[in-house]
Design a protein around this ligand. Structure first.
Ligand code: UTP
Length: 224
C-alpha cells in the first residue's frame, strides 16, 4: 500500500523531541519492511512560527515569511531522513517529482514544505494525489477531529468518522495565512476533495497510533 505519513511540527518540533522522532523512524522502517511504500511529510512547528515572526518584523511579505518557514520544515525533514538512514532517499524531496521518483526507487521519501501559500498538510495531500496513495495518516497534537476547537472549547466532542465535505464545514476559515494551525488546513481540504482517499487523524504523541491506523484499527478520526 502507498501511504503518506504527515508528522505535525506541533508534535515532534514543539520543542524538538528527538526520542519521538527516533520512534517514528523505527515505525516507518517497520511499515516499509511490511511491503508498503511510504512518504513522510514533516512540519516546521514553533521554529517555523518563530522565523515567520522574524521575517514579519523585518517587514517581509507573506511569500517571504512562508519561504523561511519552509526552510525550517526542511531542516526537521533532513534530521528525520538522516535518522532513517539507508531506508530513505539520500536527500529531502523538494518537488512532487522528487517524491514520485524516490518512491519508485523503493525508498522512503521525506519532505518538509513545498511552496508558499500552503502548509505541510497540503504538501501531504499533493504528494498523496501525485503518487496515488491509498492512505494519508496525520499525527496531530489532538486525538482527532472535534466538532469545534478543543483547545478553546472544553465541551468539544471528538468525531470518529466524517466525510471530507463535513470536514470543510467544520472549519470556517478558508484562506491561507502564514503560520496557520488547523488540524487539516483549508488548502489541503481542497486537494483532498479532488482525490478521494482514506485519511486518518491520530494523536501523534503516541506513535503506535500511526501503526494502528495503517493496520486499519479503530483509532483517531477517519475521514473518507
Ligand atoms: P507547517 O505545515 O510546517 O506547520 O507550516 P506544522 O508545524 O506542521 O503545523 P501543525 O503541527 O500541523 O500545526 C508552517 C508554516 O510554514 C509555511 C506556512 O506559513 C505555514 O503556515 N509553509 C509550510 C509554506 O508556506 N509552504 C509549505 O509547503 C509548508
Amino acid at each position: 500500500m502507498r501511504i503518506v505519513v504527515r508528522i505535525g511540527g506541533s508534535v515532534v518540533a514543539n520543542p524538538i523531541n528527538t526520542e519521538l522522532m527516533g520512534k517514528y523512524a523505527e515505525i516507518i522502517r517497520t511499515v516499509k519492511q511490511q511491503g508498503n511504500e511510504v512518504a513522510v511529510v514533516v512540519g516546521g512547528g514553533a521554529l517555523a512560527r518563530e522565523f515567520i515572526g522574524f521575517a514579519r518584523s523585518l517587514g517581509l511579505d507573506m511569500a517571504a515569511q512562508d519561504e523561511i518557514a519552509i526552510s525550517c520544515s526542511r531542516l526537521f525533514a533532513q534530521l528525520f531522513l538522516k535518522k532513517l538512514g539507508d531506508a530513505a532517499c539520500s536527500k529531502v524531496a523538494i518537488t512532487l517529482d522528487d517524491a514520485a521518483q524516490g518512491l519508485s526507487e523503493g525508498k522512503v521519501v521525506v519532505m518538509g514544505g513545498l511552496k508558499p501559500g500552503i502548509t505541510t498538510d497540503t504538501v501531504a495531500a499533493l504528494v498523496a494525489e501525485r503518487v496515488d496513495a491509498e492512505l494519508l495518516v496525520k499525527g496531530s497534537d489532538q486525538d482527532g477531529v472535534y466538532d469545534k476547537d478543543p483547545r478553546k472549547y472544553p465541551d468539544a466532542v471528538k468525531i470518529d468518522h466524517l466525510s471530507i465535505d463535513d470536514l470543510a464545514k467544520i472549519f470556517g476559515r478558508s484562506e491561507h495565512k502564514a503560520g496557520i494551525h488547523q488540524i487539516i488546513d483549508p488548502e489541503a481540504i481542497k486537494v483532498l476533495k479532488r482525490k478521494p482517499l482514506k485519511i486518518v487523524v491520530v494523536n501523534g504523541f503516541k506513535p503506535e497510533n500511526m501503526l494502528a491506523a495503517i493496520k486499519g484499527e479503530k483509532v483517531g478520526t477517519v475521514i473518507s
